[in-house]
Write a protein that binds this ligand. Structure first.
Ligand SMILES: Cc1ncc(C[n+]2csc(CCOP(=O)(O)OP(=O)(O)O)c2C)c(N)n1
Length: 322
């Protein structure tokens, strides 16, 4: 990948990192309604994958989904306003941190029930198949979701119907506070299970945006060509605790230090420097954009109570009902 291609990916990752820091600070100031699960450290997965997708592909994420909303084109302002329950929020204050959704850019939602969105992504892929659009669906989920029944049901059905769906596991080594390795029979919780369903399972350095893009592009090409689903396990590490103000003291100091030295932004910056590109201007632009987004979100009005019942139910026509 040359510098002209990598620089915008770096910028997206820097924008996500800065937005997550802002979300953390707003949460600590008591301005975020409800909980929040930050994805700082996971940026390369969202950005690398998004760079390999078509604009009309479908993305499904977990409650730790700010990075996916931003990578697909939601703005920091609308995301932060949503976290703060403002009228200008991405879902006009009806979603909050755990339910960021922007259907116009294929971001079909963030889901708080672990594993619940994997079968939904299978459904979206089935819909694309029926309509003959060559779109694919991608479900992003944590390592803990691989021990949930819905993961296995989704992989099985996707394989049986050879659907254009990718299952991308963001393996950050921990569920809430429990290391995934302590409760899982195989070393690679997603990739090692893929073969049980006849699906290719790959492992990638989830902190390297270039490698993630390559891996997702390969699996996406297969899926679009009708060759069926793929599983990608992206190894990564979260910089913050699981949620809220969790200080993550259950993680060994040397492990934290090792992973912080393998930071996705540092890796991309080093690649750019080797290509003779400088990130100073990008960093300054990101800083300005997020500072303005924080200001706008803080000053945005509360939602109109009269809109409480709008946009909460899509009938889709009554023909499907018996
Ligand atoms: C079905 C279900 N069980 C339990 C929970 C509570 N819970 C929320 S997040 C979480 C940990 C999930 O870990 P993982 O899938 O590895 O994702 P990560 O949070 O690390 O991104 C749990 C158990 C839930 N939301 N849904």
């Amino acid at each position: 990948m040359d510098a002209a291609e990598l620089l915008p990916l770096y910028e997206q990752m820097a924008l996500i990192r800065r937005t997550e820091r802002a979300a953390h600070d707003l949460f600590m100031s008591g301005l975020v309604k409800g909980t929040t699960h930050l994805a700082a450290g996971h940026e390369a997965i969202a950005v690398g994958a998004s760079a390999a997708l078509r604009p009309d592909d479908y993305v499904f994420a977990t409650y730790r989904g700010h990075h996916h909303a931003l990578a697909r084109g939601a703005t920091p302002e609308e995301c932060l306003a949503e976290l703060m329950s403002r009228a200008t929020g991405l879902c006009r204050a009806k979603g909050g941190s755990m339910h960021l959704t922007k259907a116009s850019v294929g971001m079909l939602g963030s889901y708080a029930i672990v594993g619940a969105h994997l079968p939904m992504a299978v459904g979206a892929a089935w819909s694309a198949r029926l309509r003959g659009t060559e779109q694919i669906a991608v479900a992003f989920f944590g390592d803990g979701a691989t021990n949930i029944g819905a993961f296995h049901e989704a992989l099985n059905l996707a394989a049986v119907w050879k659907l254009p769906v990718l299952f991308v596991c963001e393996n950050n080594l921990y569920m809430e506070y429990t290391p995934i390795a302590e409760v899982t029979a195989v070393a690679r919780p997603a990739a090692d299970r893929a073969s049980a369903y006849g699906i290719p399972g790959e492992v990638v350095d989830g902190n390297d945006v270039v490698l993630v893009r390559e891996a997702v592009a390969g699996l996406a090409d297969r899926a679009r060509a009708g060759e069926g689903p793929g599983v990608l396990e992206a190894l990564t590490y979260r910089h913050f605790g699981h949620s809220r103000a969790d200080p993550a003291t259950y993680r060994p100091a040397e492990e934290v230090e090792r992973w912080l030295k393998h930071d996705p932004l540092d890796l991309a910056r080093a690649r750019l420097e080797a290509l003779g590109a400088d990130t100073t201007d990008v960093d300054a632009r990101v800083e300005k954009t997020v500072a303005a987004a924080v200001e706008a979100a803080r000053n945005a009005p509360a939602p109109d109570p009269g809109e409480a019942l709008t946009d909460v139910w899509a009938d889709g026509g009554a023909a499907w009902r018996t």
